[in-house]
Design a binder for this molecule. Structure first.
Ligand code: FES
Ligand code: FES
Length: 152
């Protein structure tokens, strides 16, 4: 099927199979930040944005992004690097495999929620699993990052 969409701002026109999964497709286009985890919509590792909203690319078909805007970590590198320094300072960056999907959700939350409470943060990020950090460092990093941005 013919599709046309924007990947990190670049217009792409392509012919894709109807069953091509978005996770594989964006990786084939060079967006290797998008990680393969459970592939059953349970871990959040494969999160990308479609029209600025987080979606699980393992549970999305490439044809579903026709005429839409897809953003991966490669498309928000400056913000990701900035938040990444907060993660590192809190010791919440260990193997890093979950980080791209996690960061995509944190940045989407920042864009969507104004002054989120701890409970709202936890709820927003409940779909992001991490085998390494125990989550407390991630939470501290998010709170400090949001507080810094609020002051700015
Ligand atoms: S790989 Fe998509 S949610 Fe786990
Ligand atoms: S840092 Fe290793 S899975 Fe999250």
């Amino acid at each position: 099927m013919e599709i046309k969409f924007w990947l990190n701002g670049k217009l792409i026109k392509d012919d894709v199979e109807p069953d091509t999964v978005l996770l594989e497709y964006v990786r084939s286009k060079g967006c290797m930040s998008v990680k393969r985890g459970c592939e059953t919509a349970n871990c959040g590792l494969c999160t990308v944005w479609v029209d600025n909203k987080p979606v699980l690319s393992c549970a999305t078909l490439a044809v579903q992004v026709n005429n839409k805007k897809v953003t991966t970590l490669e498309g928000v590198q400056d913000r990701a690097r900035d938040f990444g320094t907060f993660l590192a300072k809190e010791g919440a960056e260990q193997c890093g495999y979950c980080s791209p999907g996690f960061i995509m959700n944190v940045l989407a939350m920042e864009d969507e929620l104004e002054n989120p409470t701890e409970r709202e943060i936890k709820e927003y990020l409940a779909g992001n699993l991490c085998r390494c950090t125990g989550y407390q460092g991630q939470l501290r990093a998010i709170k400090k990052y949001l507080a810094r941005n609020k002051e700015a």
